[in-house]
Design a protein around this ligand. Structure first.
Ligand code: HAM
Length: 426
């Protein structure tokens, strides 16, 4: 039979198979995230991978790149408009509102991990299916909670052994400050309207803040002269930001204030931040980002309640770990590889193998009728600590031969002693 691969049978662009051998790294970084979250009392929530499209339109924002250009949207068989989630916050906030968790004692601290979907131009660290680890804390306006969230992310990077992660922080002010600033910004850009890029023009009345992080050279120059939001902050907004920065100082979190940081999602108020690290070969230096969103819960039909959180891109975390050559734990080898010789030993070996596994030992055997030498090779390949050899003679006497592969030391023991013997070696 000729094996042909049509492109339809290949993996979709921008997605990845995470293969055995790689998946151990994923399990390790996921495990670390769980450990850190438990230290800070964040609890896992799992929401669906798709939601009604409207949720993201209203939450993430109509005029954002994510909603305008990057969503995987389709009509389902019941004629509903559905989108694969491009990010985690909207779904988690929906759940908080829908399950009326706002009625319980606050704050509510949740975390999540899983695949997200954005139709982007794929490259290293920019995928169409990617994975985020995120946290969201609801129900408290305290700036110290912003600091906790930022510090939690840094603690995570530190626990992984990732170095030189920087935090850029900014404040977008509260709704009042932002509205005032918005007017000023529109007035300023209107004066330069003919020189703005087409994209900036289209954003002028929908989302003028986004013009500040435009990639177009001329627009960037114009944006550099734009009024600063910091000059338009009201007292509350200024005080909130100052406290966040003071807390970060106290916690020793190295940050820089970046007045141009606006982020690509509409829901932020007050604090916005990004974690960055150099990843050679990858254009995207942001391994995570987040901020406070004090209007979102209300916008989704809940009470007026604040929230703050972040999302960290796990593909980028792994790229950064690789670039810094951080040793991640590799797959653990076997406790025992069972070699059998002869028909009867082959069959009885099944029982011996099962006994080891039931006792909590990692054990494997040959299923391809290999010769003894080849079975030893397999034991090496699978990094077995010991090899147990069951031949016709041993079987007759209810014994088994055990060899430690590191030292070559070999003993013959009673078959029913096998588990205890291997356990005392490990
Ligand atoms: P975001 O900045 O859109 O924020 O994404 C967070 C992180 O996800 C990015 O910093 C990046 O590491 C990763 N990421 C985004 N797009 C891709 C992609 N195409 N391929 C690989 N990695 C990617 C959010 O998603 C907000 N929900 C964060 C948040 C939570 N804010 C408050 N709470």
């Amino acid at each position: 039979m000729k094996f042909q691969t049509s492109t339809k049978l290949q993996i979709p662009r921008g997605t990845d198979d995470i293969m055995p051998g790689e998946v151990e790294q994923w399990q390790w970084i996921e495990q670390k995230a769980r450990e850190i979250c438990s230290l800070y009392d964040y609890h896992e929530i799992r929401t669906p991978m798709f939601e009604h499209t409207e949720l993201f339109q209203r939450g993430v924002g109509e005029a954002t790149d994510i909603v305008e250009k990057e969503m995987y949207t389709f009509t389902d068989r019941g004629n509903r408009q559905i989108s694969l989630r491009p990010e985690g916050t909207a779904g988690v906030v929906r759940s908080f509102v829908e399950k009326k968790v706002f009625g319980q004692p606050q704050p509510t601290k949740w975390y999540y991990m899983g695949p997200m979907f954005r139709y982007e131009n794929p490259q290293a660290g920019r995928r169409r299916q990617f994975h985020q680890f995120g946290v969201e804390a609801f129900g408290s306006p305290d700036p110290l909670l912003d600091a906790e969230v930022i510090a939690l992310g840094m603690h995570y990077f530190q626990a992984l052994g990732l170095k030189d992660v920087r935090v850029e922080v900014n404040t977008l002010g509260d709704v009042e400050s932002r509205l005032q600033y918005r007017e000023k910004l529109i007035a300023y850009f209107e004066k330069h309207i003919d020189e703005l890029s087409a994209e900036a023009k289209s954003r002028l009345y929908k989302n003028p803040l986004r013009i500040l992080d435009s990639k177009d050279e001329r627009t960037k120059e114009i944006a550099a002269g734009a009024p600063s939001l910091h000059d338009h902050l009201n007292d509350d907004s200024r005080k909130h930001f100052d406290t966040v920065l003071r807390a970060l100082d106290l916690l020793g979190v190295p940050y820089v204030v970046n007045h141009r940081l606006v982020r690509g999602l509409d829901y932020y108020t007050h604090t916005a931040f990004e974690y960055t690290v150099d990843i050679p070969g990858a254009q995207a230096g942001s391994i995570g980002g987040g901020g406070r969103y004090n209007g979102l819960i209300e916008q989704f039909g809940g009470p007026s309640m604040p929230g703050v959180g972040f999302g960290i891109g796990l593909e980028r975390v792994l790229l950064a770990l690789g670039a810094q050559q951080v040793e991640t734990p590799s797959k653990a080898g076997l406790d025992c590889y069972l070699i059998t010789m002869g028909e009867e030993a082959k069959l009885v070996g099944m029982k011996v193998l099962q006994t080891m596994r039931q006792a909590g030992l990692r054990a494997e055997r040959d299923y391809l009728d290999r010769k003894m030498k080849a079975q030893f090779k397999a034991a090496d390949r699978l990094q077995a600590k010991t090899v147990a050899i069951l031949g016709e003679d041993e079987l007759k006497q209810n014994q088994i031969n055990v060899k430690q592969l590191a030292t070559g030391e070999q003993v013959t023991i009673a078959l029913d002693q096998l588990v205890a013997y291997i356990k005392q070696l490990t």
